[in-house]
Design a binder for this molecule. Structure first.
Ligand SMILES: Nc1ncnc2c1ncn2[C@@H]1O[C@H](COP(=O)(O)OP(=O)(O)OP(=O)(O)O)[C@@H](O)[C@H]1O
Ligand SMILES: [Mg+2]
Length: 247
């Protein structure tokens, strides 16, 4: 593999709420055209880490770089303009706005380019085009997640951060959403994903980080971590190398 291009990178990151840090001393790197996974038990600090990377929480220590520029502490509005897209774990669409309004509010896209970008994301997510004038709340769970992904992509991001994009979806819908995520990666975007389906995300992750109690515990190519008996026993269940998907 040729030398990977780091789009987003963090060193010694400390993020929390108020005075107590939740995440401490964490290193993360998200490369162009690669899927990077963050896995770990409930409450490990995965969402907190992501919020520190996208500027929703301001890190109390450490640094974050985008394409080599120090962006530590910059607010989310500014980071969206710079090409960082974020799909939160919950409340990632506006239910009472139409699909088109949701897309238009996805980021700071020049007026003249909105139509082209809406066309582009509708080409990628065909369910959205016939629904453009419908309220987002009329969509199915899977369609709403596609809308959330499309909202993220409207700014043509260089890096896309996804917090549990398949949570609560039916298994068949999970397959569809996941294949879209791989397609986004294959288009060259750096994709950083937190996934509750650990087995699936590790199987496809070019690189993965295991976060435990707010600290980096292990990292490596996803399939290698999946082959690690201890890791599988602690965080995934079943046996290492087992191919049946977890629920
Ligand atoms: N708004 C908040 N204020 C204070 N503490 C919080 C807040 N949100 C989360 N925490 C705490 O931070 C810790 C990490 O939470 P976080 O949501 O980052 O974990 P997570 O790994 O994303 O968990 P899950 O897998 O359940 O999504 C937890 O102890 C949680 O209680
Ligand atoms: Mg979370």
């Amino acid at each position: 593999m040729s030398e990977a291009h780091a789009v987003l990178r963090a060193e010694d990151l400390e993020v929390g709420y108020g005075l107590t840090p939740v995440v401490r001393g964490v290193q993360v790197r998200s490369n162009a055209g690669q899927l990077t996974a963050i896995v770990g038990p409930n409450g490990a600090g995965k969402s907190t880490l992501i919020k520190g990377l996208v500027g929703i929480l301001s890190p109390s220590a450490g640094r974050v770089w985008l394409e080599g520029d120090d962006i530590t502490g910059q607010p989310p509005e500014q980071l969206i303009r710079r090409g960082i897209a974020y799909v939160p774990q919950t409340a990632n669409t506006f239910p009472s706005l139409t699909v088109l309004e949701n897309l238009e509010l996805g980021g700071y896209v020049k007026r003249s380019q909105v139509r082209r970008r809406v066309d582009d994301v509708c080409a990628m997510f065909p369910d959205l085009r016939p629904a453009l004038k419908r309220q987002a709340k009329t969509l199915s769970g899977g369609q709403r997640m596609m809308l959330a992904l499309a909202r993220g992509l409207i700014i043509e991001p260089s890096v896309l951060l996804l917090d549990e994009p398949t949570a609560g979806l039916a298994p068949l819908v999970v397959d569809t959403v996941w294949s879209h995520i791989l397609q986004i990666r294959d288009s060259g975007v750096a994709v950083l994903v937190v996934e509750q389906n650990t087995r699936r995300s590790l199987a496809d992750a070019d690189w993965a980080y295991v976060l435990t109690a707010g600290e980096n515990n292990l990292e490596g190519p996803g399939p290698e971590l999946l082959a690690n008996e201890d890791l599988v026993r602690l965080y995934i269940g079943g046996t290492a190398g087992q191919t049946t998907p977890d629920g």
